[in-house]
Design a protein around this ligand. Structure first.
Ligand code: ADP
Ligand code: PEP
Ligand code: CA
Ligand code: MN
Length: 665
């Protein structure tokens, strides 16, 4: 029990007593009788059971959820074992935050430093052994805000983080700082005995090496920064809805924004699961406000995102963009899952009423989130999945939708998900009404909303499904030469999966700009850890085994390249996707395109037939042919790096078939 300073104590119900049950304030309450005096109506209500404003505030909050910080007030049901459990929890967090170079670290306290009376008093030292060299950092307290609720995180953000506001629909608007997107060039992966021969290194690989020692330097920098703060946020959560392959993750961060983002994006533990959480399988140290030191070996900027698979840790310095955490963990899954013969996929995923599952692969901005969020189907997930022996499972517990030009009419489910609990990054809103202007890109083109998946009304919970029937490869072709939809054979599916093509336009400046072709192996080269052919072989094997059909869908330009033509209407793309799901697109007439050799349907319900073959939509046929050849050349050049890699095991001719499935000219 905690003394309130004047000899009285608060019991579990929040009533202050003097220890023998009678009120500390001895004055008897004046009883009045309710009677109508005919003049005005009596609107009196029973008086509040508090005698001071302090007590009133205390009454306001019911002591409950284990997900909120433990208060100093003992509940009548508190047991020794629960106390022990909390001690263990604190010890585990303490171990996470321990400096590896000093004997003692800061003393950890649970709870909000701003509410002194509510912080748990028991501190845990990092090491029990007494030391001579005690540093100043060992003398201070670091408060741990452990798995706070969205409401608590809102309060923390609004009180302490500049740029945090509640929007008109209740979302938490935040700013991610100088970085409004990921920094793939600043990603580093520790090359050690474990990873040297296992991972994909060198040309085309996203894994830029660093050594173990440099990792430790950056880790210490992050840990010291976090420990220097008055408080840190700790999230203990899960990845992967396939319960047999679930990964426990801990995220230590300095901002409520980061904590709420991960609360939404990872799988949220139940109170029981949290109580039995134990030691995490992987830990992120997000010290994003603090830069890395450029004098450190391997550092080429002030930003560093460092992955150490042996230590099962990730360190973030110099970027506050929250997507780094989500995609950093995705990289970890791209290593862990294939070791278990499970394929990790950068794809959206949904399921029809009859249980037909579709995967949506594609690079950023091609439509994974938009097209997997379909009012007529169950949403399994919008971005990261696993395909294992039993079927598919979402890795995450939330979605991360782009908001630029978001409209209620075109994307009602995403629009409605932007409400209390949702993190809205870098959007612009009216300063008074707090209505968001989704067309405003003053902060960035990459405005985002992160919300728990259950904010989408037809989310499939748990987020798992049977083996996919359709594998849809999305490309936003700003050259405007790829057909809106093509049916692919297995070799073509593999060719386009390994190529991972999209062409977008930066689009923030006026005037026509050349579309930029991007090839990103497996539609996610930034996140894969092994050679692309390893994932491709697994995909081929699974598609074959389960009889899935591959499709290439261009969600980009039609009737000319960017600047001449226009983006294919979302309404048409949705009709195309509907026809794939329903199976009607399998039973239609096809013709083969020149150069790319793609099978294109002559008719799709609800889509003007003339747009199905892009040549029809270009008025300048010569320009069309030139652009088509140009793109084909880019595909060919990109694929050169893969030509001497065998795909799959044993004696198969898949490799040759895949090579032949590219453009011919
Ligand atoms: N025909 C179309 N198909 C899909 N998306 C489209 C289309 N036309 C415009 N868009 C817009 O393109 C963006 C696709 O982004 P998103 O679904 O977030 O992609 P991803 O999840 O693959 O990064 C959305 O803003 C969507 O409104
Ligand atoms: C969060 C991301 O996913 P996407 O753009 O594919 O939605 C990202 O690539 O940074
Ligand atoms: Ca992406
Ligand atoms: Mn997305």
């Amino acid at each position: 029990m905690t003394s309130n300073g004047n000899g009285s104590v608060a019991n579990g119900n929040g009533i202050v007593t003097n220890g023998n049950g009678t009120a500390t304030n001895g004055l008897a309450k004046i009883q009045t009788h309710k009677k109508h005096n005919g003049i005005c109506h009596d609107d009196s209500v029973p008086t509040v059971k508090a005698q001071t404003i302090h007590e009133l505030h205390y009454l306001q909050k019911k002591r409950s959820a284990p997900t909120t910080p433990v208060t100093g007030f003992q509940t009548p049901f508190a047991t020794i074992s629960e106390e022990d459990r909390h001690k263990q929890q604190l010890q585990s967090i303490s171990a996470s935050l321990a400096s590896l170079t000093r004997e003692t670290g800061p003393q950890l306290v649970k709870g909000d430093p701003a509410r002194k009376s509510e912080t748990q008093v028991a501190h845990v030292h990092h090491h029990v052994a007494p030391t001579i060299a005690v540093s100043d950092s060992a003398l201070k307290f670091t408060h741990v805000l452990y798995n706070l609720s969205p409401a608590e995180l809102y309060e923390q953000a609004i009180k302490y983080e500049k740029g945090s506001f509640i929007t008109a629909t209740g979302a938490l608007a935040t700013l991610s700082g100088a970085k409004t997107g990921r920094s793939p060039r600043d990603k580093r992966v520790v090359k050690d005995d474990l990873t040297e021969n296992e991972l994909w290194w060198g040309n085309g690989s996203p894994n830029i090496e660093m050594d173990e020692h440099t990792f430790m330097v950056n880790r210490e920098r992050a840990v010291d920064y976090l420990n220097s703060l008055d408080k840190v946020f700790v999230n203990d959560q899960f990845l992967n809805w396939d319960s047999e392959n679930r990964i426990k993750v801990r995220i230590v961060s300095a901002r409520a924004y980061h904590s709420l983002f991960m609360h939404n994006m990872c799988i949220r533990p139940t109170p029981e699961e949290l109580e039995n959480f134990g030691t995490p399988d992987f830990t992120i140290y997000n010290a994003g406000q603090f830069p890395c030191n450029r004098y450190t070996h391997y550092m080429t900027s002030s930003t560093s995102i460092d992955l150490n698979l042996s230590r099962r840790e990730m360190v973030i310095l110099g970027t506050q963009y929250a997507g780094e955490m989500k995609k950093g963990l995705f990289s970890v899954m791209h290593y862990l899952m294939p070791m278990r013969q499970i394929l990790s996929l950068h794809s959206g995923c949904n399921m029809g009423k009859d249980g037909d599952v579709a995967l949506f692969f594609g690079l950023s901005g091609t439509g994974k989130t938009t097209l997997s969020t379909d009012h007529n189907r169950y949403l399994i997930g919008d971005d990261e999945h696993c395909w294992g022996e039993k079927g598919v499972s979402n890795i995450e517990g939330g979605c991360y939708a782009k908001c630029i030009d978001l409209s209620r009419e075109k994307e009602p489910d995403i629009w409605n998900a932007i409400r209390f609990g949702t993190v809205l990054e870098n959007v612009v809103f009216d300063e008074h009404e707090r209505e968001v202007d989704y067309s405003d890109n003053s902060v960035t083109e990459n405005t985002r909303a992160a919300y728990p998946i259950e904010y989408i009304p037809n989310a499939k919970l748990p987020c798992v499904g049977p083996h996919p029937k359709n594998v849809i490869l999305l490309a936003c072709d700003a050259f405007g030469v790829l057909p809106p939809v093509s049916k692919l054979n297995l070799a073509q599916t593999m060719y386009h999966f390994i190529s991972g093509y999209t062409a977008l336009v930066a689009g923030t400046e006026d005037g026509i700009r050349e579309p930029q072709a991007t090839f990103s192996a497996c539609f996610g080269a930034a996140f894969i850890m092994l050679h692309p052919t390893k994932y491709a072989a697994m995909l081929a094997e699974k598609m074959q085994k389960h009889g899935a059909t591959g499709w290439l869908v261009n969600t980009g330009w039609s009737a000319g390249s960017y600047g001449h033509g226009s983006r294919i209407k979302l309404q048409y793309t949705r009709k195309i996707i509907d026809a794939i799901h329903s199976g009607s697109l399998l039973n239609t007439e096809y013709k083969k395109t020149e150069i790319f050799g793609l099978e294109i349907p002559t008719e799709v319900d609800g889509v003007p037939s003339e747009i199905l073959d892009p040549v029809n939509t270009w008025s300048n046929k010569k320009a069309y042919k030139e652009t088509l050849l140009k793109l084909a050349g880019l595909f060919k050049k990109n694929f050169e790096t893969f030509t001497n890699h065998k795909i799959g095991k044993g004696n198969n001719n898949l490799t040759e078939e895949i090579l032949a499935a590219g453009p011919n000219f």
